[in-house]
Ligand binder design. Sequence first.
Ligand SMILES: [Fe+2]
Length: 130
Amino acid sequence: MTKKLELYRCNLCGNLVQVILDGGGELVCCGEKMELVPTNNVEESIYEKHIPVFTKEGENTLVKVGKVLHPMNDDHYIMFIEVIDKHDDSMCLKYLHPGQEAQMIITKELSNPVAKAFCNLHGLFEGEMD
Ligand SMILES: [Fe+2]
């Protein structure tokens, strides 16, 4: 049984997929069951650079990955950030690449948002607006 917005990874080919709507079946890739990507809960020093942080900037909201911005090197970077607005049940997704900053700007009004950031080495992290 899959739930809306869960991430699943294929440990053989590296495919990463997100569930758009709940379903009853099992996700399979390369002939094997895909693995649910958990929201990370690692030691604090690693954790702090990965938790998305919301900052209001005028009409916009800046979502940064980490109180100290996460590095964006070729071998270690944030692959995407997504912001889920629980109030209007919508989502914004931004893909990121090495050399960019680990952040995104949301130009719409948010209500009860949750941000998720995916690090190529350390996995999935989640942060809420204060
Ligand atoms: Fe990382």
